[in-house]
Structures are given as structure tokens and as C-alpha cells.
Design a protein around this ligand. Structure first.
Ligand code: FES
Ligand code: FE2
Length: 451
């Protein structure tokens, strides 16, 4: 467990020149919540993790057996199945499950398989009063109890009182529904014990899905995921945002079952060898041309406070006056959490969530999703339907500025896969601190899957 790793002392550990994240927080114009003051740097060592984790079918098969069939995983949002009979299909690594809202209002999940000859029960998300198999018509109630067997006289072997759909464990947290394919799994509370208290202030359950974008990516799911687990790649992959991002000043915190990378915005990268003016920082932040006019920053006001004020006013119509309680950091910074193994809700109020999965049973392609959660006033809006991008469609066609950044990340992904298929190295090299969330993910994988 990550606890086995030694705590580093934030005061004395090796780190990038430039302002630390905690020093930036000292300058915040609002009260900074405790959660951002947490620091949990770990000495994760400098071991290499095998290239075969990305390239071998044998490793993938072990992941399916020991990880995907055993671990708690985010299946959908509660808001996607609000009414009795609402159901969603959740597929993982060649397996399929149905998540259903019952008449009693609770949520149950079943393997997506008929107990007669095994046909998938539900291919599509939707609403149904019962779960009837389209093949021969065996039918179950929403709560999994048997409802009907056509010509039941012909099944003398079936005890109708004990022919229920097998339930698998379900839990909810922060508006998300989690399932675990393992009927003997560890309690969900243990799974979220590190992350749940940290998100209390941000109440993701009170947000709604304002957009949901998915795409099949041409790489192993971990290559896609790890592209979003460190800010060290920003100088190579996203040089245009260095003027407004403290990439190598990110703070990385490792707990047992979750980790985070906090990357400050509206501060410039220490890797730039020239002075960045406040105007230039604003242009980078606002995605403006190099010589575009910028709004004037009032005398004596820090650019972070200035930008946070603008964002607060943009948020106010949706979020109300509670925006006055949000500190600058909660508005400006990338607070990228990962809950093992594949779920990435951002902290604070920008509502970004990523999920990465193997694409069916193929270890060389992955499903990447970006769910945007937004605040609302009054009645809860309908959650956005998932938009699947075609192979040649760019993330920017769905997600604007954020999508442009994703497109740069996505450009690397098949090349990383191709490089790892060709390398003579046996392991991937990772930095000690900046890539320590990637180290943590692989360390956890070793625990679950083996070496
Ligand atoms: S396989 Fe489902 S009713 Fe026959
Ligand atoms: Fe990136």
C-alpha cells in the first residue's frame, strides 16, 4: 500500500525552482479551504514498470481477471437513472452489466445476461417496466426477482422462487454510481475512504452532466490515462499554455486509494527563460492572439485574483452567490484527482471528470471519456447524452478550448503505443516526483494484478 512509502518533507524534498503551490495559496484573495492545504508527497522510489503492461495480451488478461473483475468502478451517474425502470448498460473489458433503478427507488446491478441461454438482456440504455429477454421471453422484475417464464411447464428443473438475477454490489458517491463485479468485494467505504472527505465541500452530487464525450483511442487504456496524470508533459506537448501554467510547480499528493496533481493556473512556468508579462499571461489564459488587447488589471491586484473575479462572475448566473465563497485556487487551478483504477474527478468547481477503460477485450485500444458537470439553479436539467466521436473527429469539435489541449495529448497516444511496441527497453522511466501519480497507479496495479 502507498502507506508503505515514506512521507517526504515538503520543506526539504527536491523540487522545481519557482513558487510552490502552498506559497501561491498564501496569496489567495479568499480563505483557502483545508483540503487544498493538505500535502502528502511520497517517496515512491525510482523503479521502472514493465513495457509489457501496455503491449502484452497476457498482461491484459491478468488485468481482466484480477482488476476489472474485482475492483469498484464508476458505472454511471445517479441522474442518468432517476426513475423506476431507468437502466444503463456498463461494459468493461468484454463484460457487460445493467444498472437499474427499481420500483422502490434503489439502484441494483446485474450481469447483462439472461439466465436461460445467456443472451444479453439489454443492449441499450432506456426505461422498461421489466427486464425481458428478447430471445425466448424470460422476464425479471426490476428488483431481479423472476417475473415470467413462457411455457414454464417445460422447465421442471427451475425453482421459480430462486431464479433471480444475480445482484452485484452497488454503491453511490458524489452523484456517481459504482459497481463491483465481485460479489465478495471489500466494502465501498474502504474504496473511497481517502477521497470522500476531500470532496465534501465540492458536492459533485449537486451538479448535472452538461456534456459527455467519448472516443475510442488507438492505445492501451493506461497510455491514455497516464497522459492526464502529470503536468511534466506540458512543455513538450502544450507549449502554448506555459505562459499561464505552473506546470513543474505542480503539487503531487499520494494517499492509499487516491492521488492528485494540483497544477496552478495564472502563474507562468519556471521553464520559460524570459519574463512573462501579466498581459501575456492573460492572453495565454484567455486563448487570445499574441498582440490582442487584454482587460486592464487594477493597480495592486494580482493576476490570479483578477482572473478569478472574472470567472466568479461568469459562474454566478449558474451557481448563485455561493461563488463568493470559492477561493481563487478553486476557480483557477487544475485539481486533478484519481480514484484507483480509472476515475478522475477534478476537485473544486470546474466539474471535469475523466474515465479510461480498455475497449472491450482489446488491449491496444481504449475508451476515453470526458464528463463535464455544471451547477444549476432551480430544477435539475436533463443530463446530456453521450456523444461518441468518430475516429477522425477531434476532441475540439466537442469541447472547444479544452478539446484543443486534448487533441495535443491524443496526438501522442498512438505514437507512445507504437514506440512501446518497438523499444529495446524493458521498463518505462518515470520521474521521482512529478510523475509520482503514474508511479502510484503502477504500484497499485502491481498489488492487484501482480508484477
Ligand atoms: S436466452 Fe433469454 S429467454 Fe432464452
Ligand atoms: Fe496534456
Amino acid at each position: 500500500m502507498a502507506e508503505a512509502f515514506k512521507d517526504l518533507d515538503p520543506q526539504t524534498m527536491p523540487r522545481s525552482p519557482g513558487i510552490t503551490y502552498q506559497q501561491l495559496l498564501d496569496q489567495d484573495s479568499h480563505e483557502v479551504p483545508e483540503v487544498l492545504r493538505l500535502e502528502s508527497p511520497k517517496d515512491m522510489g525510482v523503479v521502472e514498470y514493465p513495457v509489457s503492461r501496455y503491449t502484452s495480451k497476457e498482461w491484459h488478461d491478468k488485468e481482466v481477471e484480477h482488476l476489472w473483475k474485482k475492483v469498484w468502478q464508476m458505472a454511471c451517474r445517479e441522474e442518468q437513472i432517476p426513475l423506476p425502470g431507468d437502466h444503463m448498460r456498463y461494459d468493461i473489458a468484454g463484460m457487460s452489466f445493467i444498472v437499474v433503478r427499481t420500483d422502490a427507488g434503489d439502484i441494483k446491478a446485474y450481469p447483462n445476461a439472461c439466465l436461460h441461454r445467456g443472451r444479453m438482456l439489454k443492449e441499450f440504455d432506456g426505461n422498461a417496466t421489466e427486464l425481458r429477454c428478447p430471445f425466448h421471453g424470460f422476464c425479471w422484475n426490476l428488483d431481479g426477482s423472476l417475473h415470467d417464464i413462457p411455457a414454464d411447464w417445460d422447465f421442471p428443473q427451475i425453482d421459480k422462487d430462486n431464479f433471480n438475477l444475480p445482484e452485484i454490489p452497488v454503491a453511490t458517491w458524489a452523484g456517481f454510481v459504482f459497481i463491483n463485479p465481485d460479489q465478495n468485494c471489500a466494502p465501498f467505504a474502504e474504496h473511497v475512504k481517502d477521497i470522500a472527505p476531500q470532496f465534501e465541500r465540492w458536492s459533485l452530487e449537486n451538479l448535472y452532466i452538461s456534456s459527455h464525450t467519448a472516443k475510442v483511442m488507438p492505445c492501451n487504456w493506461k497510455i491514455a490515462q497516464e497522459a492526464f496524470c502529470e503536468a511534466y508533459h506540458v512543455n513538450g506537448t502544450h507549449p502554448q499554455i506555459l505562459r499561464s501554467l505552473g506546470d513543474v510547480n505542480s503539487q503531487i499528493d499520494i494517499w492509499e486509494n487516491c492521488a492528485r496533481v494540483v497544477t496552478p493556473g495564472v502563474t507562468h512556468s519556471p521553464l520559460l527563460e524570459y519574463e512573462v508579462s501579466n498581459e501575456d499571461m492573460l492572453r495565454a489564459m484567455m486563448d487570445l492572439e499574441h498582440d490582442a488587447d487584454t482587460p486592464p488589471i487594477p493597480e495592486g491586484m494580482r493576476p490570479r485574483e483578477f482572473m478569478a473575479n472574472i470567472s466568479r462572475e461568469n459562474l454566478r448566473p449558474m451557481a448563485g452567490d455561493r461563488v463568493d465563497l470559492y477561493c481563487d485556487a478553486e476557480i483557477l487551478d487544475s485539481i486533478d484527482y484519481t480514484l484507483f483504477p480509472n476515475f478522475h474527478p477534478w476537485g473544486a468547481f470546474n466539474g471535469i471528470c475523466y474515465r479510461f477503460r480498455p475497449n472491450g477485450d482489446d488491449h491496444r485500444t481504449a475508451i476515453m471519456e470526458c464528463i463535464m458537470l455544471s451547477p444549476f439553479e432551480g430544477e435539475r436539467p436533463e443530463p446530456a447524452k453521450v456523444r461518441w466521436l468518430e475516429e477522425d473527429e477531434k476532441w475540439s469539435s466537442a469541447l472547444g478550448y479544452l478539446g484543443k489541449v486534448f487533441d495535443q495529448d491524443a496526438f501522442n497516444m498512438p505514437k507512445v503505443q507504437a514506440g512501446l511496441e518497438s523499444t529495446y527497453q524493458t521498463g518505462v522511466v518515470l520521474s521521482a516526483y512529478q510523475e509520482s501519480k503514474v508511479r502510484w497507479l503502477h504500484h497499485k496495479l502491481s498489488e492487484w494484478v501482480g508484477e
